[in-house]
Design a protein around this ligand. Sequence first.
Ligand SMILES: NC(=O)c1ccc[n+]([C@@H]2O[C@H](COP(=O)([O-])OP(=O)(O)OC[C@H]3O[C@@H](n4cnc5c(N)ncnc54)[C@H](OP(=O)(O)O)[C@@H]3O)[C@@H](O)[C@H]2O)c1
Length: 273
Amino acid sequence: MLIDCKSIAQSIDGETVSLLNKVSVKPRLLSLSVRPDDGTISYLKSQKKKADSLGIEYETIFLQNAAELKHKLVEASENGSIHGIFVSHPLPPEIDETEIAALIDPRKDVEGRNPLNMGYLVYGYEEFSPCTAAAAVKILTATTDLVGKKVAVVGRSITVGLPVSIMLLRRDRSATVTVCHSKTKNLGEITKDADAVVVAVGKAGFLTPEMVKDDCIVIDVGINVIDGKVVGDVDRRLEEKVRVTPVPGGVGVVTTSILMNRVVKSALRGEKS
Ligand SMILES: NC(=O)c1ccc[n+]([C@@H]2O[C@H](COP(=O)([O-])OP(=O)(O)OC[C@H]3O[C@@H](n4cnc5c(N)ncnc54)[C@H](OP(=O)(O)O)[C@@H]3O)[C@@H](O)[C@H]2O)c1
C-alpha cells in the first residue's frame, strides 16, 4: 500500500501560494552544486520544476571546487535579492562540510545546514531543520500518531537520519527511537520490532519484507539511480505487505514543497525586518 505523499505536498504548496500573495518581491532560491551525482541532478531538476510552478525565481550554479563554492556562498549571503541558499549534498570528499555549512547565512539556510540552525533543532525549533528530515517526519505524523511508538531510523547522516531522530524525540511526537547504522548488529530484528521504519541508507532494495512486521509504516528516503531509473532503499515487494512511501513521488516531492515554502517565508521575514 502506497502512502499518498502528493496530497501532503499539495497542502504545503497551498500554504506557499497564500504566503506568496503576501510578499511584494519575487522570492528567489539559489542552488549551488559541486560536481553533482545522478541523484542530485534529478533532485535539482525537481526543485526547478516546483519553483517554476509556484512562481519562485530559481537558479542552479554548478561549481568545480571548494574555493568557488565559498566565494558564491559569501556573495549569496550578502545579496539581498536571494532569500534561500541551498548547497547540494553529498559534497566531494575533499570539501569540508562543516566549513561550508557555517558560511550559509542562517537566515537564508532553507535546507537547515548551518550549525546554528542544527543547534536550534536540538532545542526543538524546526523552522530551518534539514528539509528531507522534515519531509520524512511530516509524512510519518500525517500517517500515524507517534506517541510511544517504536521507530527505527536506519541511517545517521546529518542530512537525514540524525535530524529525523531528534525530531521524532520531540515531546509532541514522543516516539521511542532506535538509530541504526552500518555497524548496527541484528538490524533486521530492530526493524522487525518497529511500528515505523525510516530508511535513509542509499542502497536499492535494502529493506526487505522479512525485515518489517505486518502493520509497519515505512518511509523510504533513498534515492538511487539504477539503469537510469530512480528507486528508493526499499524492496518494492514491501508494498504488498505494509504502508510505504513511493519513490519517486514520495519523500522527494514533500521535501521540495517544504523547501519552497521556506524560501517564501524567508522572503516574508526579510520584508518585515
Ligand atoms: N528524498 C530526498 O529528498 C533525499 C534527500 C537527501 C538524501 N536522499 C537519499 O537518502 C539516502 C541517504 O542519504 P544520506 O545523505 O543520509 O546518505 P549518507 O550520508 O551516505 O548516509 C547513509 C547512512 O546509511 C548508513 N548505512 C550504510 N550502509 C548501511 C547498512 N548496511 N546498514 C545500516 N546502515 C547503513 C550509514 O551508516 P554509517 O554512518 O555507519 O556509515 C549512514 O549513516 C540516499 O539514497 C540519498 O540519495 C534523499
